[in-house]
Design a protein around this ligand. Structure first.
Ligand SMILES: C[S@@+](CC[C@H](N)C(=O)[O-])C[C@H]1O[C@@H](n2cnc3c(N)ncnc32)[C@H](O)[C@@H]1O
Length: 385
């Protein structure tokens, strides 16, 4: 026998308290309510669309389909999946415009499905700037946080990164992989001519990537600048284990080392560095000022500290185009993760330039310069010692 659940959110009945509609035009209110309901339904459709795309990415269904048109039986055979599920997936993907069918009127078992050429790179090439597979994965990985957050919202405690699991850590790597594989060394660093020159010069430059995650930025820099050595640091053991694997796989493990370290506790005792980077991580730190202070202590004479973080708008009153997305990611991951350690600065993903400057000033930097790199998602700063 099921017991009544006092916290069951789906059985509360009418709980609204603002019911006075005497001051509003009822027709207008009805239209606005309808538009809002439609908007949320559209969001649900979008969320479910992402989950179904994610199934295709995780199970290699798109890759197998890119090898050539297939029936549901053929695709099931190619991927080792059950035909009935594959058929339902193919039909959903067709009616939602992701894949194509040669003859929709054919018997279900005979229909040949194909992945349009224009969708192949976004769904199959994990290094491509067009890759959307990680965006779909993002929805899946963040979903479980909704239930953990009910407790966090009430007790004010954080949710540690470990709770999100290895799959989330790998997803973070997949989200930034195309940027590090391409933009970092092809666009961003070349835009900083003196830093680019130092990375090519002798004696070979030493790089430190702080809060390196799964290490793809350090690996990309080592591959692009063949003389440099790089050290990556992160306080998450899973990330560092994956980072070491990534360096070995890329053939740069002799020049790229990774260590578990909480940068807010101490810097490194491995000497000083010509270039220090902190990429998309200051806002995740419980004690960012301590970490920035440590970064300052790691700079060699003439060393440069480059910080990249979210492209939030200048203020709450002047939000940027991705602020809504940033707030959502902040609620579901960045803020609770940074609050897992207490006390926490609890910055959140919507880190504005004024916040970055204030953190840098508190850490003892003389200036925070906006670097001339245009990017829709990130802002680039140099913190000047
Ligand atoms: C959003 S991830 C970014 C990882 C990586 N820089 C990238 O761009 O893929 C933020 C990282 O900051 C790390 N982090 C947070 N606080 C840290 C601290 N105090 N010391 C070291 N790493 C930290 C987390 O473990 C996580 O890997």
């Amino acid at each position: 026998m099921l017991e009544a659940q006092p916290n069951d959110p789906w059985s509360r009945g009418t709980v609204m308290t603002t019911t006075d509609t005497s001051q509003v035009d009822e027709h207008t209110l009805e239209q606005q309510t309808g538009a809002f309901v439609e908007r949320v339904f559209g969001s649900l459709n979008g969320a479910l669309d992402l989950y179904v795309i994610d199934i295709g990415v995780r199970l290699g269904l798109y890759e197998a389909l890119s090898a050539g048109p297939a029936t549901s039986y053929e695709l099931a055979e190619r991927t080792g999946c059950a035909e009935r599920y594959v058929r339902e997936w193919l039909e959903q993907q067709t009616v939602s415009g992701v894949i194509e069918v040669a003859d929709a009127t054919a018997d279900a078992a005979d229909r040949k499905y194909a992945l349009p050429l224009a969708h192949q790179e976004p769904l199959c090439d994990h290094d491509s700037p067009a890759f959307v597979g990680a965006l779909a994965g993002c929805a899946t990985e963040l979903g479980p946080a909704v239930t953990w957050l009910a407790k966090a919202f009430r007790d004010g405690e954080g949710v540690p990164l470990e709770r999100y699991g290895e799959s989330f850590v790998r997803l973070q790597g997949a989200m930034t992989r195309p940027m590090y594989t391409h933009a970092l060394t092809e666009v961003w660093l070349p835009a900083l001519a003196d830093i680019d020159a130092r990375l090519r010069a002798d004696p070979p430059a030493r790089i430190a990537d702080l809060a390196c995650g799964v290490g793809l930025a350090a690996v990309a820099m080592a591959r692009h600048y063949p003389a440099v050595t790089a050290d990556g640091f992160d306080n998450d053991e899973t990330s560092i284990a994956i980072a070491r694997h990534n360096a070995a796989e890329a053939g740069v493990a002799d020049r790229v080392r990774f260590q578990v370290r909480n940068l807010s506790d101490n810097g490194t005792d491995d000497g000083v560095y010509d270039v220090v980077t902190i990429l998309e991580a200051v806002h995740d730190m419980a004690r960012p000022v301590d970490a920035l202070r440590a970064a300052k202590g790691m700079l060699a004479d003439g060393g440069r500290l480059i910080v990249a973080d979210e492209h939030a708008g200048d203020s709450f009153a002047e939000p940027g185009p991705i602020d809504g997305f940033l707030y959502a990611v902040s609620i579901l991951a960045c803020l609770p993760q940074s609050m897992a350690e207490q006390p926490s600065a609890a910055i959140g993903a919507v880190i504005r330039p004024s916040t970055m400057s204030a953190l840098a000033a508190e850490a003892g930097f003389s200036a925070t310069t906006n670097l001339p790199i245009e990017d829709d998602f990130w802002r680039f700063y140099e913190l000047v010692r």
